[in-house]
Design a protein around this ligand. Structure first.
Ligand code: 0O2
Length: 211
């Protein structure tokens, strides 16, 4: 087993912090341009070593193939208000020339068995290191606030039950995932109203701070 996890994970740490900074900057640009802001907030993490080891075992990934076969050691998550924002961001990400998209998984159109919904992009991101440039695989997950609420709670329950939910809980979680999706659809249906209100609100707040 690896002895130097800190050294191995350093380029992943650099990848997550650079990507987080870039998507946060994108949010600022949207805000400044007075358009609807499709990014609510951005988080990033490097997969903890125990999760890497667990996934290596579960997926039969050899240590020598870790860099090429484990795509989510570097992970960035973007939270949006509306489902449409997700697809707008996907289009923007595809067009960027500081990364390349190598795979897409639409778990919104095709939700997982658990009820999980999100849009996943597997990307290749070039980081500049002491000894030159290296392409790092990273996973970008894009979801609405409602999808994130569900996934966060389900994820912590997963830890508690070690991935094996009692039947009743599994059914309830699926029902909750549907309810979250219904909420997203309702919010989308009144999105123009919400957007106008938010623009008006931020305009007024801008004026207030100048007084
Ligand atoms: P963490 O702590 O978020 O990193 P696998 O990793 O083998 O399960 P795969 O096919 O490699 O799956 O990748 P997939 O399914 O595209 O993405 C895996 C990640 O998506 C998970 O990472 C979660 O973040 C999220 N995810 C996928 N399915 C579910 C689900 O049913 N519930 C929740 N809450 N999240 C899910 P990790 O490593 O599990 O967790």
């Amino acid at each position: 087993m690896k002895e130097d996890w800190t050294g191995f994970l350093l380029p992943y740490k650099q990848t997550t912090s650079e990507l987080k900074a870039k998507f946060t900057a994108l949010r600022e640009q949207f805000k400044l341009s007075q358009q609807h802001v499709p990014i609510e907030f951005v988080t990033a993490r490097v997969k903890p070593v125990d999760s890497i080891l667990e996934k290596m075992q579960r997926r039969n990934i050899l240590e020598a193939n870790l860099e090429n076969e484990m795509e989510d050691i570097a992970g960035v998550r973007i939270m949006c208000q509306f489902v449409d924002d997700i697809y707008q961001l996907v289009k923007l990400i595809r067009k960027r020339n500081d990364l390349s998209v190598i795979e897409e998984r639409d778990y919104i159109a095709n939700e997982k068995e658990s009820g999980y919904r999100s849009y996943h992009l597997i990307i290749k991101y070039p980081v500049q290191l002491l000894d030159g440039q290296r392409d790092i695989l990273a996973e970008i997950q894009i979801r609405t606030l409602a999808m994130n609420f569900w996934a966060t709670i389900e994820h912590s329950l997963n830890y508690k039950y070690n991935g094996k939910f009692p039947n009743e809980l599994e059914v309830r979680l699926k029902r909750a995932a549907e309810a979250a999706f219904q909420l997203d659809q309702e919010m989308s249906a009144i999105r123009e109203e919400i957007k106008d209100a938010q623009q008006e609100f931020s305009y007024r707040r801008g004026n207030d701070t100048k007084e």
